[in-house]
Design a protein around this ligand. Structure first.
Ligand SMILES: NC(=O)c1ccc[n+]([C@@H]2O[C@H](COP(=O)([O-])OP(=O)(O)OC[C@H]3O[C@@H](n4cnc5c(N)ncnc54)[C@H](OP(=O)(O)O)[C@@H]3O)[C@@H](O)[C@H]2O)c1
Ligand SMILES: *[C@@H]1O[C@H](CO)[C@@H](O)[C@H](O)[C@H]1NC(C)=O
Ligand SMILES: *[C@@H]1O[C@H](CO)[C@@H](O)[C@H](O)[C@H]1NC(C)=O
Length: 327
């Protein structure tokens, strides 16, 4: 039982990480963004945009002229990021808005404040996340990986969906970008125990949250297409990137990361390239439902395409966050 619930996810997650690192060493480490036209007049929200991949994403979108709102749970870090981006990009339209994705109340307050600004929303980047945290619960009692990485973004996206739909047009679809991870390939959805309360495995819980984000994106895209909305949803895999995400890895793992990161990991800028590409590349206009890695459509885990499971997850998620059932 313990073997299957705890040890197996560890082996699977490390195996996946190693495979991606080897790919980065021997294959294509990153891809370079094509030239992207000015995005002046458009509005983006980037969750977790105060550091890491999110910061690089927010900064790049800002350099393209977008009005960027960083949604994060650390005021000091957030305002520092805003100042740095404003200085570097000479774009004043950057702001920080508090949003703790581990609290449904905070997410609702964030959406209320955002909506009071009467802005459009052309790009939503669901980027924030935690990895391998010790067994903890969100404010609403969900296991933290599932509650924050997945459910938090599920609720945020749904609450912003009306604004997103109103902002997209036939020639310029609004875009929802969700950051998943290669660990989703080894993730399992455990519907009987989504909170991982039996035999907590941080590795299993992280992978489950990232698999849920892929399935969420596919289901959302189908709903959007069926409803004829001018909104697309794509999910991205940034690769293995040198950020603070690894701070909860056990110490031998951190030692290895410390030694290997500069050589073999992507920089945050390289890691952000696919998020930026999905957010604004003209090539992806009107295209949704893709899992993107290094700017390429890539196959995600077989199970992620299972429409029954996607629907079941969506239904359960609606119940868990207390919203009505259809996108
Ligand atoms: N780095 C990689 O190798 C890698 C690989 C695959 C996927 N990813 C994914 O990429 C995304 C970005 O990660 P990263 O590598 O850039 O790590 P990071 O530097 O740790 O950034 C994560 C961001 O999420 C924010 N965040 C954490 N808890 C939050 C909460 N409760 N409410 C709001 N924001 C919160 C963090 O803010 P605070 O720290 O200030 O709380 C931070 O800004 C994550 O979804 C991650 O799973 C990363
Ligand atoms: C997870 O925990 C939340 C909050 O305690 C609860 O409402 C929900 O039913 C739990 N879900 C599962 C599948 O255990
Ligand atoms: C999901 O909910 C819808 C409507 O609420 C229902 O028709 C459908 O059978 C449910 N699907 C699953 C897999 O639970």
């Amino acid at each position: 039982m313990w073997l299957r619930a705890v040890l197996l996810p560890i082996l699977r997650v490390y195996y996946t990480g190693l495979r991606v690192i080897l790919q980065q060493v021997y294959g294509r480490r990153a891809f370079s963004l094509p030239v992207i036209p000015s995005q002046n007049g458009k509005v983006a929200i980037v969750t977790g945009g105060a550091k890491g991949i999110g910061y690089s994403t927010a900064k790049h979108l800002s350099s393209l002229g977008m009005h960027v709102i960083i949604a994060g749970n650390n005021e000091a870090e957030g305002s520092e990021a805003v100042t740095r981006i404003q200085q570097d990009t000479h774009n004043e339209k950057v702001e920080f808005l508090y949003c703790d994705l581990a609290s449904m109340k905070s997410i609702r307050q964030f959406v209320q404040i955002f909506k009071a600004k009467n802005l459009c929303l052309h790009v939503l980047v669901n980027n924030a996340g935690v990895m391998l945290v010790p067994e903890r619960k969100t404010a609403d009692g969900f296991e933290e990986h599932f509650g924050l990485n997945y459910l938090g973004h599920f609720l945020l996206t749904n609450l912003l969906l009306k604004t997103t739909k109103e902002s997209g047009t036939e020639n310029l679809n609004a875009r929802i970008i969700t950051v998943s991870s290669a660990t989703h390939y080894v993730g399992e959805l455990n519907f009987d125990d989504l909170n991982s309360s039996c035999c907590y495995s941080p590795h299993g819980a992280y992978a489950q949250s990232k698999l849920a984000l892929v399935m969420f994106t596919y289901y959302l895209q189908r709903q959007l297409s069926e409803d004829g909305c001018y909104v697309t949803a794509n999910v991205v895999d940034p690769g293995v990137v040198n950020t603070d995400l690894y701070r909860n890895v056990c110490w031998p793992g951190r030692l290895v990361k410390w030694m290997a990161a500069r050589l073999f990991f992507k920089t945050a800028e390289e890691g952000a390239a696919t998020s930026i590409y999905a957010s604004v590349a003209p090539e992806l206009e009107g295209i949704g439902g893709c899992y993107l890695y290094n700017g390429q459509k890539t196959k995600s885990a077989d199970i992620s395409y299972n429409e029954d499971l996607q629907r079941k997850l969506w239904n359960e998620s609606c119940k868990m966050v207390g919203i009505p059932g259809s996108a």
